[in-house]
Design a protein around this ligand. Structure first.
Ligand SMILES: O=P(O)(O)OC[C@H]1O[C@H](OP(=O)(O)OP(=O)(O)O)[C@H](O)[C@@H]1O
Ligand SMILES: O=c1cc[nH]c(=O)[nH]1
Ligand SMILES: [Mg+2]
Length: 210
C-alpha cells in the first residue's frame, strides 16, 4: 500500500480548525469539503486520461479528458458524505456509489447497512472517502466490497488516520494496488478506539448530533 501524508501548511491550518472543539457544524462541513478538494489533488495524480483534440479560439490543440470507464467515488456513510461534494467538484464526471457502515462503539467492529455499488469494478479506478481511519475496520471492509466486485485500483482519502488503522489496512490489502492519502497521521487510538488528538466523532460533528 502506498501511503501519502499531506505536508502542506494550508491543509494543516484547515485541519487545526477542524479539530477545534469550538468549531461549529457549518464551519466543520465547509472545511471537510475544502480539505478533500486539496487532498484529491494528490489522490487523483494517476487518474486515467486520454488525449482529446479541441479547438481554442486561436488554434487546434491536444489536451486530455478523463477516460472511460469513469472513476467511481464511494463515500462511506455517514461521515464520508461530508467529503463527497468536495471530490465531485474536482471530478464532476465521476460516478458515485454508496456504502453505509457504522462501527459498534463497544466491539469497534463495523456493520454494513447500505450498499449501492456497480456490479463490475474490474476496470474502474475507485476512490473511497471517509474522514476517519481509526482501527481500520470500516475502511478495510469497504475496500473488501470493492475487491469483491473486481476492483484493482483503489485510492482511499481520509482526513485523519491513526498508525493502528494504517497498519490494519496495510494487512487487509496486502498484495493489492491500494493508495491511502491522509490529511494527517495522528499519534494513536485511545481506549475507546478514538483517534488522538483527532477531532472526535466526525459524523456527529458534521451533522450536529452532539
Ligand atoms: O477505523 P474504524 O475503527 O472502523 O473507525 C472509523 C469509522 O468510524 C466512523 O464512522 P461511524 O461508525 O462513527 O459512523 P458515522 O459515519 O455514521 O458516524 C468513521 O467515519 C469511520 O467510518
Ligand atoms: O476518532 C474517531 C474514531 C472513529 N470515528 C470517528 O468519527 N472518530
Ligand atoms: Mg460516527
Amino acid at each position: 500500500m502506498r501511503v501519502h501524508v499531506a505536508d502542506h501548511p494550508l491543509i494543516t491550518h484547515k485541519l487545526t480548525v477542524l479539530r477545534d472543539i469550538n468549531t461549529p457544524s457549518p464551519t466543520f462541513r465547509s472545511l471537510a469539503e475544502e480539505l478533500v478538494t486539496l487532498l484529491a489533488y494528490e489522490a487523483t495524480r494517476n487518474v486515467r486520461v486520454e488525449p482529446v483534440t479541441i479547438q481554442t479560439p486561436v488554434a487546434e490543440t491536444t489536451g486530455v479528458a478523463i477516460s472511460d470507464p469513469r472513476p467511481l467515488v464511494v463515500p462511506i456513510l455517514r461521515a464520508g458524505l461530508g467529503m463527497l461534494e468536495g471530490m465531485t467538484k474536482l471530478v464532476p464526471s465521476a460516478e458515485v456509489g454508496f456504502l453505509g457502515m457504522v462501527r459498534n462503539e463497544e466491539t469497534l467492529e463495523p456493520t454494513t447497512y447500505a450498499e449501492r455499488l456497480p456490479d463490475d469494478l474490474s476496470d474502474r479506478q475507485c476512490f473511497v472517502l471517509d474522514p476517519m481511519l481509526a482501527t481500520g475496520g470500516s475502511l478495510s471492509a469497504a475496500i473488501g466490497f470493492l475487491f469483491d466486485r473486481g476492483a484493482q485500483d483503489v485510492t482511499a482519502i481520509c482526513l485523519l488516520g491513526a498508525p493502528e488503522g494504517v497498519a490494519a489496512l496495510e494487512k487487509a490489502t496486502e498484495g493489492r494496488d491500494v493508495t491511502l492519502v491522509l490529511g494527517a497521521l495522528d499519534e494513536r487510538l485511545n481506549e475507546k478506539g478514538y483517534i488522538v488528538p483527532g477531532l472526535g466523532d466526525a459524523g456527529d460533528r458534521l451533522y450536529g448530533t452532539v
